[in-house]
Design a protein around this ligand. Structure first.
Ligand code: PLP
Length: 448
């Protein structure tokens, strides 16, 4: 499972650094310094590199050729694009589960529902653990190994813990997951348990646990893989590289994605800017971030043109992957939405539920957070922000099986919003009880 041998020595790595994202600070640190925020100003960190030596046509050909390779590193939809993420001195220690490699899926039905002539989904739910978190986690664990860490940790009950557990175990690191007491999402937690994570429930809220984990991390040599980790963001950049490669480097007009902690929009924006600087694409697509109405602090920040994000104290949505009141990456996200002349929209629980059912009926399927994209597109075409004939790619972030309970309730008319209000099963498809009688079943099936 390890990557290929010493032929993959990365001669460019000396040029990699961490830099503070805050305009006023921009302090630089060695790529190997174990920091999660800027030690000087507390700002977010990002990885920066010198430009690769290869020209854009050379990179495109190199990446296309690697698709025919049997080398694990080339088969990874993240490490195939390693010239865009050259933070490692050598690729010997990289562990890949063949993350990325996710398809572009076109759907007429979904396009029509979204008010578009054409719509293509980039489905990150096709990843090894069923979400885009794998794109980042292969990078985060590679960095942990490179730093000589033996344990990694995160605070999460969701896709982050499922992904971290898998990659850490595959790399021979010990995954430790901290979860708030009595606040568990069982589907995703089940994956974490199966992949061998030590799972600790703490009687405290998310922020208290994060403070606790930071203390423990220093004392016990634990590397933190929360979504603030800049190397996870580097891995998520390759989602845009792979999408452009699949489109023969033609930029779409819009890339639409759900917004939770806002790591994805930060990663996508950085990737697109870097690809434009390298001459790989000739223009930036506009980024449209869709939030759930009950957890929409970034929507509020952008619409009010506020200076700072004010947190939603009690975020509420059934789309648990985007149920986040205080998203850490908001300064980066704001920069990327503005730079791309993008937009932010919010959608209701009903709109998410119906859009999700439509994506299901296309034979595609996704988890609730992902469906915010189609719900958002429907709103944005209705208001004229996205033109009917626009070239749109919507990123589906998670697999349909992540949340089967939600699906069953929707189709049987038993889904309730966090407010307690019953949601309509607009596209409900409940199972039917029939007698053990071929004639009557035949008559029923013919009649429908
Ligand atoms: C983590 C996650 C999100 C939120 O992504 P951010 O990058 O934090 O905005 C959305 N959908 C799914 C399925 C996720 O797992």
């Amino acid at each position: 499972m390890r990557g290929t041998g010493s032929a993959d020595y990365n001669e460019d790595f000396m040029a990699a650094e961490l830099i503070c994202f805050e305009e006023k600070c921009r302090a630089r640190y060695p790529i190997t310094q174990v920091i999660y925020n800027c030690p000087q100003c507390g700002g977010l960190l990002e990885a920066v590199y010198d430009k690769p030596e290869q020209s854009a046509p050379m990179l495109r050909r190199l990446w296309r050729d690697r698709r025919a390779s049997n080398a694990p590193l080339d088969q990874s939809g993240v490490w195939r694009y390693r010239e865009l993420i050259p933070f490692l001195p050598s690729y010997d220690g990289v562990v890949t589960l063949r993350e990325g490699n996710t398809p572009l899926l076109e759907s007429k039905q979904a396009a029509q529902y979204g008010g578009l002539d054409r719509l293509v989904f980039k489905h990150q739910g096709f990843n090894p653990t069923g979400s885009f978190k794998d794109n980042g986690m292969t990078c985060g664990t590679a960095q942990a190994l490179r730093l000589g860490m033996t344990r990694v940790a995160c605070v999460s009950t969701g896709n982050t813990s499922a992904s971290m557990a898998a990659y850490a175990s595959a790399a021979g690191l010990q995954p430790i997951i901290f979860i708030p007491h009595g606040n568990i999402s069982y589907g995703k937690l089940a994956q974490a348990l199966e992949y061998g994570a030590r799972t600790l429930q703490v009687k405290a809220n998310f922020d208290q646990i994060l403070a606790l984990v930071r203390q423990l991390a220093e004392r016990l040599g634990i590397y933190l893989l929360n979504s603030i980790n800049p190397f996870r963001i580097e891995g998520q950049k390759t989602i845009m590289a792979e999408m452009m490669d699949q489109r023969d480097w033609r930029s779409p007009d819009w890339v639409v994605l759900p917004g939770g902690n806002l790591g994805n929009v930060s990663a996508f924006g950085k990737a697109l800017r870097e690809m434009k600087d390298l001459g790989l694409i000739d223009r930036l697509p506009r980024l449209a971030v869709i939030q759930a109405e009950g957890a929409a602090p970034f929507y509020r920040l952008m619409r009010r043109k506020a200076r700072r994000l004010s947190a939603v104290v009690h975020p509420e949505t059934l789309a648990t992957a985007i149920k986040i009141g205080d998203p850490v990456s908001w300064p980066k996200a704001r920069h990327e939405v503005s730079t791309s002349q993008g937009t932010v929209e919010k959608v209701t629980e009903q709109q998410i539920a119906d859009a999700k059912a439509v994506i299901g009926r296309c034979g595609i399927g996704c988890e609730p957070a992902s469906a915010a994209t189609l719900a958002g597109i429907r709103k944005l075409t209705a208001s004229g922000v996205i033109a009917k004939d626009a070239d749109v790619v919507a990123v589906l972030t998670g697999n349909v099986l992540k949340d089967p309970d939600y699906i069953y309730r929707y189709h049987t008319g038993a889904l309730k919003a966090p407010s307690g209000a019953k949601l309509r099963s607009t596209f409900g498809n409940a199972p039917v009880i029939v007698p053990n009688d071929a004639k009557r079943i035949a008559r029923m099936l013919e009649g429908s």
